[in-house]
Ligand binder design. Structure first.
Ligand SMILES: *[C@@H]1O[C@H](CO)[C@@H](O)[C@H](O)[C@H]1NC(C)=O
Ligand SMILES: *[C@@H]1O[C@H](CO)[C@@H](O)[C@H](O)[C@H]1NC(C)=O
Ligand SMILES: *[C@@H]1O[C@H](CO)[C@@H](O)[C@H](O)[C@H]1NC(C)=O
Length: 259
């Protein structure tokens, strides 16, 4: 009798139609290998679970800390967790589980899936030639160099074959683009003037991935102008009073000379 009650209550609490209590976690793209800025989708599914009552919890790297995200399931007992623009911090292992009721009844954890986000660019460098201090009217070049990750070619996306990977460069001066979608990575100025001074940076792009260089400040060599300015100041500050004193002493001298 006792056994029968136990069996009945078990059937009522966990009806057979609910099926297995272990969700399945899949990652898209499969393998979880993506470049930075690409999208990764984790899909957690409880097979045979109809109804909107389930909430889905995602755990990253450890199961014993709080869920990194949770969401309501769909009517099909499925929920998705989208990493819209993947970055290095998303690399790791993920699990999901579902829960419902109060207090929460949790399912088992799913199996683990891995996400591995690779940066395309290891470094992006902006170089000024011949120097960051340019003589007025002289030519100068800014060159943007992108260093690509060695592993790029082993990644799963066949469209992003490393030999066909197109990298384009945008040059910014004081935050405004001065050259966009350059394939050569060269920004050339034939005759420098004050318009060309400022803080430059370049942005390398490949697909959705991008990386920005450090800042390079271009100034004009205004040594000669400075000399003129200093000389002018000396003239006003020093020669002026001297002339005044001279004039005064001449007047005094004149006054002192008996008529
Ligand atoms: C991520 O992928 C790269 C390139 O395939 C590999 O070198 C690295 O070991 C992987 N990292 C992890 C945590 O799986
Ligand atoms: C700028 O680059 C062009 C093309 O590489 C080169 O011919 C020129 O000499 C460079 N000018 C300077 C100032 O470096
Ligand atoms: C990469 O692209 C080049 C040129 O389109 C092709 O010859 C090569 O076989 C490709 N490599 C891989 C691994 O797909």
């Amino acid at each position: 009798m006792y056994l029968l009650v136990l069996l009945l209550s078990t059937l009522l609490l966990y009806p057979l139609s609910e099926g297995p209590q272990t969700p399945t976690l899949i990652v898209v793209p499969s393998g979880g290998q993506v470049y930075a800025e690409e999208t990764v989708i984790l899909v957690c599914e409880l097979p045979g679970q109809l109804g909107l009552n389930w909430q889905f919890y995602w755990h990253k790297d450890r199961q014993d800390t709080g869920a990194v995200k949770w969401a309501l399931g769909s009517a099909q007992g499925v929920a998705a967790y989208t990493l819209q623009r993947a970055s290095g911090k998303h690399t790791g292992q993920y699990w999901c589980r579902a829960g419902k009721g109060q207090p929460v009844f949790y399912t088992q954890y799913s199996q683990a899936v891995s996400v591995n986000v690779t940066e395309i660019f290891t470094a992006v460098t902006l170089l000024a030639s011949p120097s960051t201090v340019i003589k007025e009217g002289a030519a100068f070049n800014l060159t943007c160099e992108a260093l690509l990750t060695k592993q790029s070619h082993v990644l799963s996306d066949p469209d992003q074959n490393v030999t066909t990977m197109v990298v384009t460069f945008t040059f910014m001066r004081n935050g405004w683009p001065v050259l966009t979608n350059s394939v050569s990575g060269l920004y050339s100025v034939a005759h420098a003037n004050t318009c060309h001074t400022g803080t430059y940076r370049c942005v390398a792009r490949s697909g959705k991935a991008k990386r920005t260089s450090h800042d390079v400040t271009i100034t004009l060599d205004t040594l000669s102008l400075t000399l003129v300015a200093i000389f002018g100041t000396i003239l006003i500050l020093f020669v002026g009073p001297v002339a005044f004193i001279l004039r005064k002493s001449i007047l005094i001298w004149r006054a002192a000379v008996p008529h």
